[in-house]
Design a protein around this ligand. Structure first.
Ligand code: NAD
Length: 264
């Protein structure tokens, strides 16, 4: 039995995860973490015996095999701020996006004591797309093909561009053996001039209830290649995160991503 603590339990992803965990005989939700600590009926409505704040979650963490986090960078930082021993022997699966370099440094530190799986997108299809985009970028050279990434998400998403769009941009840059920071262009407005060779454009569209759509365009003079992924149900991210949770439980400490979990 793998015991799971869910950070962001009251959120959209938290509730999908909770329902999936309830249907899996080898997984047990031992408690939740969110903005408010809850017990009794209020916690039961979220599928938990108890909900802790991230700051007070040490007893729950030590009772878990895996902590799955789909919350916010602030909550993740609070989780990682616990005494270093708290996380030792557990696994951490992080889906939260909008993380800074400093957050990744905190995760690197946690990965010296625990297996840490991070993914901007836990869908199997998106992780395949990342590989396809990197291969395409290797062939579709920057002097002949302009790469532009367009992502679309629901109106409540708070970070832009999406973590997946950034991962796709890194895949293009990696395929072309360039540093993303030197060629990245976030949107265009005003007198921006002609498009420089090698730029990787990123554009975020927000509206309605769109679960997540990512398109990578390679525009040539006489042809255009598009690689796309369209998510229609956030259940797919939750299924990938549970795959990662089972894979990570009991594994050696270290930083991992979905290519490790999926064996790509
Ligand atoms: P949401 O806003 O519906 O849920 C977030 C939950 O986290 C809420 O219940 C909120 O109260 C809680 N939370 C936020 N800050 C907190 C804090 N400081 N302390 C305690 N709890 C806190 O969002 P969502 O759609 O469920 O997405 C959550 C995160 O997961 C976002 O970063 C989103 O981009 C990311 N996400 C990742 C993937 C993936 O595959 N990696 C897929 C979907 C969403």
């Amino acid at each position: 039995m793998t015991r799971i603590a869910l950070c962001g339990v009251a959120g959209r992803m938290g509730q999908v995860l909770r329902q999936l965990i309830a249907d899996e005989p080898d997984l047990q939700l031992v408690g939740g973490i969110d903005r408010e600590s809850l017990d009794g009926e209020a916690a039961a409505q979220l599928g938990c015996a108890r909900v802790y704040t991230a700051e007070q979650a040490a007893p729950l963490i030590t009772e878990s095999d895996v902590i799955i986090d789909f919350s916010s960078p602030v909550a993740l930082r609070a989780l990682l701020a616990h005494d270093p021993g708290t996380l030792a022997g557990r696994a951490l699966v992080v889906g939260t996006t909008g993380l800074t370099d400093a957050d990744h440094a905190l995760l690197d530190d946690a990965a010296t004591r625990a297996p840490v799986v991070t993914a901007a997108n836990f869908s199997v299809g998106v992780n395949l797309l990342l590989q396809l985009v990197e291969s395409a970028a290797r062939v579709l050279a920057e002097d002949r093909f302009d790469a532009e990434i367009v992502e679309t998400h629901h109106r409540r998403k708070v970070d832009a561009p999406s973590g997946t769009a950034l991962a796709l941009a890194r895949a293009v840059a990696h395929g072309r053996a360039v540093e993303l920071a030197t060629v990245r262009r976030d949107g265009r407005s005003g007198e921006v001039g002609a498009r420089p060779t090698g730029e990787i454009g990123m554009h975020a569209v927000r509206g309605g209830s769109v679960v997540g759509e990512h398109r990578v365009h390679f525009f040539g003079e006489a042809e255009r290649i598009e690689l796309a992924h369209v998510a229609t149900d956030r259940r797919l991210f939750a299924e990938g995160a549970l795959l990662a949770a089972r894979w990570a439980a009991g594994r050696t400490a270290g930083r991992y991503d979905m290519s490790d979990v999926l064996g790509f």
